[in-house]
Each structure stands twice: as structure tokens, then as C-alpha cells.
Design a protein around this ligand. Structure first.
Ligand code: PMV
Length: 371
């Protein structure tokens, strides 16, 4: 494989000089809607800076989205970056602080940001208390909005390819998994010999390579817990640095990538289900065996898993589970099994969800530019 390390970073750094002086007084608004995604092959563990230790692959969702509007005003050159941030119409100082640091970091690739006033208003389609990771959809939307601003000011991101590539690169710097949300369908992040053009610096879309069966695959999210996680993903990634199984995990993830690619191409749902469940249980196994170990799944998570496996065995219905970095369970299945599986969820699984919350989502076609 050719060494593609930091190619994009070098490119965007080299281009940054031409993106410094925006006309003072220029103002505008951009709005994007960006979906969340669910990983099939999990990203767990990173190396500097914000690169994954193994490749990951995900389905981008349709209904679980973050909408972000950015009103921007170019100050005079000697002015500093200023930010107002509203989440569901309310200030959110903690996220605003993270966002400010992020904007300062990415201003090396977008120097025009240094003299901007930004008002960002964010809202999500899913309840914030649903425990669904919102950082992927949030940073996806933020990165897309920044690229729209750049395009408005300098007109340099003309091709769709250039636009989304830079957005994915920038999204990754905010939250690793966010780089995959920039593309609809199925997206891959991280170097793997399985997909040409793969890189650790950004995601690539791989939908064209997969069986149409997965184009509208369903994802019913069983919200077992909406509480704040006891251990954040950031801490979990960090614990992989000293993890005794880290090297084996990287080998396994690469092996699983090759196998899932095959199952996605031919539409082998049996193999697909085995792999996504294996990845989900491995992810939580890595958490359990970290030092210190931590447990994000709950008794209801295990009860749902047990029931799903029993239901599949008894009925032959192709439904499998995956888990995010939390207690919630994602059930993945083909569109034509929707009726049966909704019935199964209503009757058997809903009682294990917090306040009976289930979000019926599906694979979607990616972010939408609203303005
Ligand atoms: O992008 P982060 O840092 O929130 O990490 C995401 C980690 C997992 O959701 C567990 C796996 C993945 O690939 O999305």
C-alpha cells in the first residue's frame, strides 16, 4: 500500500494561505442537516492525531439527525474569533467550550475563521436524553457548515468530491466517527487493503460496492438507558493505548473488515449478522478488559440480546444486534421484515427500554444542505 499518511492535511495546509482574507462585513447563513451513524466494524482506540488504530465501517442513518444553522459575520482582520452556541435554543457552555477549541484547531486549515463572529444553533431530531451519540451528527453538521462558508467566501470547493472530502476531514478532527456521517449509505474510515482510496484522514463512501439489499436496511434503536455514560468514548479510546489485547484487536478488525465486505457485496445476511454481533460484543469485551475495566451494558441490554438470538433461532428472521458505546441496542434487519420485527419489539423488547423508547430508523442517503 502507498503511504497516504497526512496527504490531506498537507494539501489543506498548503491551500490555507489562499483562505485567509475574507471581505470584512460580509455576512451570511448556512444550514445543514447531518445524520448520525451506526458502526458495523467498530472504531475503538486512536493514535495521533485523531486517527483510528483500525478501519471502521458504518451505516449512515436517516431520521436521527442534527440540524445546524450558522450565521456568520466577517470582522476586521485584527478581530478574534467569537462564538455564540445554542443547543435546542439554550446556551450550552460545556459544548461551546469544546467547539471553540475545535474551531481554533481547524482554523489552521480555514484561517478566515480567525476573524469571524459565528452564531451556531443546533437541534437534534432525537431526544437528547435518548443516549444516542450526538457527536457524530453534530460534528458532521459543523464541518459541512464550515465547508459551505468556505465555498461561499472563496468558491474553491466546487466539486462535490472536494467539498465532502474536506468536510469529512474536518469532522474527524471533532469526533472520529463523525467523518463517516458526511456520506450516506455505507461509509468507511481508516486504511484497509479492502477498499481502494481508504485513508486514516477521512471517510470514503462505499455504498456503490454493496448489495442493494442494504440500501434501506432498518435500524431500530432500543433505548435502554438515556443517562450520561459512566465512562466517555474519549476515555475508552485512551484505555486502548495500554490495552493488552490492542494488537490482537487490530488484526481482528482488519479480518472482520474483509469478511463484512464480502457479506455486504453478496448480501449474505447470515454472515453479516454474525459479524456485527461479534464486533459489538468485542467492543464491550474490550471495555470490560481495559484497566480499569468498565461496564456500559446493563441487565436489560443482555436480556434484549438473549431474546433477539432466541427469536432469530426460532423464526429464522434475519435480525441482528449491534451496540454503540453504551447500553442501547441497535437491531438491524431488512425492510421486508419490518412488520414482524416491529411486532416482536412491541411485544417482547419494549419493556426493557427506558420509558419504552424505541427509535425506528434506517439507512439513509446522507446529509442535506438546507441553506
Ligand atoms: O467518535 P467517537 O470518539 O465518539 O467514538 C465512537 C466509538 C464507537 O461509536 C463505539 C464506534 C464507532 O466506530 O462509531
Amino acid at each position: 500500500m502507498t503511504d497516504r499518511s497526512n496527504l490531506l492535511e498537507k494539501k489543506y495546509r498548503a491551500e490555507a494561505d489562499g483562505l485567509a482574507s475574507a471581505p470584512a462585513g460580509y455576512s451570511g447563513r448556512v444550514t445543514w442537516e447531518c445524520p448520525s451513524n451506526i458502526a458495523l466494524i467498530k472504531y475503538w482506540g486512536k493514535k495521533a492525531i485523531q486517527k483510528p488504530i483500525n478501519p471502521s465501517l458504518s451505516f449512515t442513518l436517516q431520521k436521527s439527525v442534527t440540524s445546524l444553522s450558522v450565521d456568520f459575520l466577517v470582522h476586521k482582520a485584527d478581530h478574534e474569533l467569537t462564538l455564540e452556541f445554542l443547543l435546542e435554543d439554550r446556551p450550552h457552555p460545556l459544548f461551546a467550550e469544546r467547539l471553540m477549541k475545535y474551531l481554533q484547531h481547524v482554523s489552521q486549515f480555514m484561517p478566515f475563521l480567525k476573524s469571524m463572529h459565528l452564531k451556531m444553533q443546533s437541534r437534534s431530531s432525537f431526544p437528547h436524553s435518548a443516549g444516542i451519540a450526538s457527536s457524530a451528527s453534530s460534528f458532521g453538521a459543523i464541518a459541512l457548515a464550515l465547508c459551505s462558508m468556505e465555498q461561499k467566501l472563496f468558491g474553491n470547493l466546487r466539486s462535490e468530491n472536494d467539498f465532502f472530502r474536506k468536510a469529512s476531514f474536518l469532522a474527524r478532527l471533532g469526533s472520529g466517527s463523525a467523518c463517516r456521517s458526511v456520506y450516506g449509505g455505507c461509509a468507511l474510515w481508516g486504511i484497509t487493503p479492502e477498499f481502494e482510496g481508504s485513508t486514516d484522514e477521512a471517510a470514503i463512501p462505499v455504498t456503490d460496492a454493496i448489495n442493494p439489499l442494504y440500501a434501506n436496511y432498518r435500524d431500530s434503536i432500543l433505548v435502554v438507558s438515556s443517562g450520561l455514560k459512566s465512562v466517555s468514548s474519549t476515555t475508552g479510546h485512551k484505555l486502548m493505548e495500554e490495552h493488552p489485547f490492542a494488537a490482537a484487536r487490530v488484526i481482528q478488525a482488519n479480518h472482520n473488515m474483509a469478511r463484512i465486505k464480502q457479506s455486504l457485496i453478496v448480501g449474505d445476511q447470515h454472515a453479516f449478522i454474525n459479524l456485527i454481533e461479534h464486533e459489538a460484543l468485542t467492543l464491550h469485551g474490550l471495555m470490560l478488559s481495559s484497566d480499569p475495566g468498565f461496564i456500559l451494558i446493563q441487565p436489560d441490554t443482555l436480556e434484549i440480546i438473549r431474546k433477539v438470538r432466541y427469536y432469530r433461532k426460532e423464526t429464522g428472521t434475519p435480525v441482528g444486534f449491534t451496540l454503540d458505546a453504551g447500553a442501547n441496542v441497535h437491531l438491524l434487519y431488512p425492510a421486508n421484515n419490518e412488520k414482524d420485527i416491529h411486532g416482536f419489539i412491541e411485544e417482547n423488547l419494549k419493556r426493557h427500554c427506558e420509558n419504552g423508547l424505541v427509535i425506528h430508523d434506517q439507512v439513509g442517503s446522507g446529509p442535506v444542505k438546507i441553506l
